[in-house]
Each structure stands twice: as C-alpha cells, then as structure tokens.
Design a protein around this ligand. Structure first.
Ligand SMILES: Cc1ncc(C[n+]2csc(CCOP(=O)(O)OP(=O)(O)O)c2C)c(N)n1
Ligand SMILES: [Mg+2]
Length: 347
C-alpha cells in the first residue's frame, strides 16, 4: 500500500536571507526627499484632475490625502526591491523612482511613457521593479506572495512591498495570498490603505473588523496600525517591516488609516458624490499629510518655510514640464503594436 502523504517536508527550505543595513532613525535628507516626493505627487494629482476636466480620458484614482503612506513606504525600499502596486493613486510610482513625465506620457498613451504607451493606467517598469498596476482587486496579493517565494528560491536580499485597499481586504485572494506568504515566510510587506470607502460603500457596512490589521493574527504575521496621514510613522513602520522581511521573519500587514479627499475617480465628483458628509471630508482635510510633514520639518529645524517653498516651486515646474513633454510626445506607431507585449524570458 502506498505510504500516506503527510505533507511533511514539502515546504521549501528557508534560505538564510542576506540582510541589508537597518534604517534606525529617519535621516534629515530622507525626510526632505519624502516631502519633495509628496509635493511632486500632489501637483501631479492636481494636474491629472485638470487634464480629465479638460476632456483628456485618463482614469484618475486620486491620491489626494493618501500621499504620506505611499511615498514614505516606497522611500523605505532599496532600488532592487519589488513593488506590487494597486489602482489607487500614483505615489507608489513616484516614490519608487518613476519620473512624472514618463508616468504622465504613459497615462496619455504616448510612446515616451514607461510602457511605451501600451500600458495606460496599468503602469509597470521592470527597471524600477514596479510589477504592474493590476485591474482586478486583490488578484495581485498571491502574485506578491509568489514574488516573495521566488526571492527566497534565488536567495536574493530583496523584499516585495504590496499595496491594497480596505475594500480589497475582503476578497478571497487576500486570504490565499497572505496565508501562503506567511507559511513561506516570504519577504513581503503588505500595506492596506484603509481610506474608509470602497467606491461609494463605507467599510463599516462590508468589513467584519474595525481594524483590518487584526486579521494579521489569523495569518500568523505581525499586524501594525499607523496614522496614514503621518509620513514619519509610515516610514518607520515600513522600515521595520522591511527589516523583518529581509531578515527572514516573514511578512507584516500594515494598516494605514487614511482618507481619500476626492471621489473614487475623477468622474464621480471631486468631493462628496452624495455618499458622505461634507463635515467628514472637512475633518480629514485638516489632517493634510503634506502640511503635517511641512510643520514637523520646520519644528525640527530640518528646513525653513522659505526652503520648503522652493521645493514646492520646483515640483510645480517639474509637473508643468511633464505635461508639455507628454502632450508633445508621439503616439506609438502601427508598426510598434505587437512589440514589447510578450516577454520570452525574464532574468
Ligand atoms: C474583483 C474586483 N471587483 C470589483 C472591482 C471594481 N472596483 C475597482 S476599485 C473598487 C473599490 C476598491 O476599494 P478599496 O479596495 O477600498 O480601494 P480604494 O479605491 O478605496 O482605494 C472596485 C470595487 C475590481 N476592479 N475588481
Ligand atoms: Mg478604500
């Protein structure tokens, strides 16, 4: 009789991960870089709203209000680390190093975009290890777990940073992906940006727990809650989780409590859309992540209002230039249509 399979010994043996130097406190230069990226992102986001209002068709899921977590967490990565993004906003791209001009050109379908105009909103950039903005909610969570497993097989020192929303947190793929990531002790950092709504539905109506981070316990991983409007808290939590992942201690779930100031997309009304109270939006507007960091940089004497104004001005000019670049760029030619759409081999 065949011996019963027990499943024992089937797990891949954990390799000894190479650790990278831990980031203990946040250096001044890092915080100034985070501030700069957050401001670039805000101007970029505003620019997209303007372009959509002028009739250019771009699906704009605004990042306004959510800049801190996306920018700070991606700034905690090394260039060789992987990013598994989601549909909300553009902070993960800018924070991971994408130039706004290449991002905007792509969104406008131009040949100078990061995917040569063939990705559109499905932003990807292999050089930056941005693994592709998904369209199906939560379908990217098992992919992030798989990338994590591949890192372990290759004994690489990298981690995967994976974003998703509170609505996506209720999808089946989350359960499968997070469970496997934990079983494999895969080097993945999951960041759930809980902005209180999925489309027009408040998450109190759809979600069994008030703190999505509580679910981490069910997957045997660390769960952390942060103020998602606080860039310093986001950087520290992400750095700590990245350090744990890199040293072989497995995944973490970070829940960032945040809010989207605009509508689900630029098409459903910038502010209220009929499903939330004006007072609620106003309360969250007071917690503006950029103003929060700006005040702290000045209070810590890391910068002055005048110097930060200069950063703001430069960022504004960069985004104006990006618009000009994208508008003047050509569309891909007909001959290009089947080029770069299928990869034979990836090293
Ligand atoms: C499986 C699946 N169901 C539905 C949709 C349509 N959809 C796109 S975004 C979205 C809301 C997602 O909400 P959340 O995860 O909270 O992210 P947020 O938009 O608030 O950042 C939905 C339902 C989808 N893309 N995929
Ligand atoms: Mg949401």
């Amino acid at each position: 009789m065949a011996k019963a399979k027990t499943g024992q010994g089937k797990m891949p043996k954990a390799s000894e991960p190479k650790t990278k130097k831990p980031k203990e406190k946040i250096p001044k230069e890092t915080l100034l870089k985070i501030y700069r990226d957050m401001v670039r992102l805000r101007f970029f986001d505003d620019k997209l709203n303007q372009l959509v209002a002028s009739g250019i068709r771009i699906t704009q899921h605004s990042t306004h209000g959510q800049e801190a977590t996306q920018i700070a967490a991606t700034n905690a990565l090394e260039p060789s680390d992987y990013l598994m993004p989601y549909h909300r906003g553009w902070g993960w791209a800018i924070g991971k190093g994408m130039q706004p001009r290449h991002l905007l050109a792509e969104l406008m379908g131009k040949a100078t975009g990061c995917c040569k105009g063939k990705g559109g909103v499905h932003i990807a950039d292999w050089n930056l290890r941005i693994m592709g903005r998904p369209g199906v909610q939560a379908a990217h969570i098992p992919i992030a777990a798989g990338i994590g497993l591949s890192i372990k097989f290759r004994k690489a020192p990298d981690v995967v940073l994976c974003f998703f929303g509170d609505g996506a947190s209720n999808e089946g793929n989350i359960h499968e992906g997070m469970n496997l990531a934990s079983v494999w002790k895969a080097p993945v950092v999951f960041v759930c940006e809980n902005n209180l709504y999925a489309l027009f539905t408040p998450n109190v109506e759809t979600t069994s727990v008030r703190d999505i981070a509580d679910r981490a316990q069910g997957y045997g991983m660390a769960g952390v809650i942060i103020d998602g409007t606080d860039a310093m808290a986001a950087y520290q939590a992400a750095s700590e989780a990245i350090r744990r992942a890199r040293s072989g201690q497995g995944p973490t779930l970070i829940e960032a409590k945040t809010y989207r100031i605009h509508g689900h997309t630029a098409m459903d009304g910038f502010h209220l859309g009929g499903y939330r109270a004006k007072e609620e939006v106003e309360e969250w507007e007071k917690k503006d992540p950029i103003l929060k960091l700006r005040k702290r940089l000045i209070a810590m004497e890391y910068s002055t209002a005048a110097r930060l104004d200069q950063i703001d001005q430069k960022a504004k000019e960069e985004i104006e230039e990006a618009e000009k670049f994208a508008k003047e760029s050509p569309y891909p030619t007909k001959e290009e249509i089947f080029k770069d759409v299928y990869v034979e081999d990836v090293q």
